[in-house]
Ligand binder design. Structure first.
Ligand code: CP
Ligand code: NVA
Length: 306
């Protein structure tokens, strides 16, 4: 059966670890693996803007011997004009895999159900699992083992990044803390799924409203924009609600002295994070951005071998 990567918990702890091992191997020897030689084509579809995801998939597919076909939804029949499942059936006759950045998670589920080639979530409103592979790779490079580490995400707890931290962090056996206003807390079903995973892996999930409490003693501190793509109409309200979750030097000082700072980027400097922190010695954001390439190549190699 075709494996897809629509959510962080579409892989087990052992599979996640194997993909990260592969990413480390691929990072050391960038052009050694060519599963897309032919060349085969991978469709990479964007309903939303992107810099990192577009570049890292295009470069990664080329590195693997393939050809990236970048499709903007606005100039295709997808997006109201043709269903995801019909699109999937057209694409599968010609491409080796489908990568899609979209709004509703349900669209990805429909796309995957309609096709025999792997479908990869390149960000939806609910999850950003490719980013989490890059984040976990970065944390592993800087800290070794993931299991047992405490990671705190601050800001919009209902965002794709917060929810992916819950699922991917739990899968890795990490202690995941999310701090947000109560009306921006993660979806109950995602929390329940993450809790169930954490019970198996030895991790844990804790939700906070208090940023100081959530950061105390953390190994890793993470934030993201307060205004995700699609939420622009709520910008004014959000900027007034998230102030206490801004990651500044005082907040970082409550985490472990050597705590890492991560941000998936793009950042709104001065809002969710101060320049002092994002450009400071604890920040590993450029490694994190580069690791999108290596982690996604590993994911594609792994999926194509299933
Ligand atoms: N982090 C991330 O996904 O960045 P882009 O929106 O630039 O792809
Ligand atoms: N949460 C952000 C991530 C951007 C990469 C968004 O969805 O806009």
């Amino acid at each position: 059966m075709t494996r897809h990567f629509l959510r962080d918990d579409d892989v087990t702890q052992a599979e996640q670890s194997a993909i990260l091992d592969l990413a480390i191997e691929i990072k050391r020897d960038r052009w050694a693996r060519k599963p897309l030689a032919g060349p085969q084509t991978v469709a990479v579809i964007f309903d939303k803007s992107s810099t990192r995801t577009r570049v890292s998939f295009a470069v990664g597919i080329a590195d693997l011997g393939g050809v990236p076909l970048i499709i903007s939804t606005a100039s295709s029949q997808l997006g109201g004009k043709e269903t995801a499942s019909d699109t999937a059936r057209v694409l599968e006759r010609q491409v080796a895999a489908i990568v899609w950045r979209t709004y509703a998670q349900a669209g990805l589920v429909e796309m995957a159900a309609g096709t025999t080639v792997p479908v990869i979530n390149a960000l939806s409103d609910d999850f950003h699992p490719c980013q989490l592979l890059a984040d976990l790779l970065t944390i592993r490079e800087h800290r070794g083992e993931l299991a047992g580490l405490t990671v705190t995400f601050l800001g919009d707890g209902a965002s794709n990044m917060a929810q992916s931290y819950l699922l991917a962090g739990a899968t890795a056996g990490m202690h995941v803390r999310v701090a947000s206003p109560t009306d921006y807390a993660p979806d109950d079903r995602v929390v329940a799924d993450a809790d169930a995973i954490a019970a198996r892996t030895g991790g844990s999930i804790t939700l906070y409203t208090d940023a100081l409490e959530a950061v105390a003693g953390a190994d890793v501190v993470v934030t993201d924009t307060w205004v995700s793509m699609g939420k622009e109409d709520e910008k004014a309200e959000r900027l007034t609600r998230f102030g206490q979750y801004r990651v500044d030097a005082d907040l970082m000082a409550l985490a472990k002295p050597d705590a890492l700072f991560l941000h998936c980027l793009p950042a709104d400097r001065g809002y969710e994070v101060t320049t002092e922190v994002i450009d400071g010695p604890q920040s590993v954001i450029w490694d994190e951005a580069e690791n999108r390439l290596h982690a996604q190549k590993a994911l594609m190699v792994w999926l194509l071998a299933q």
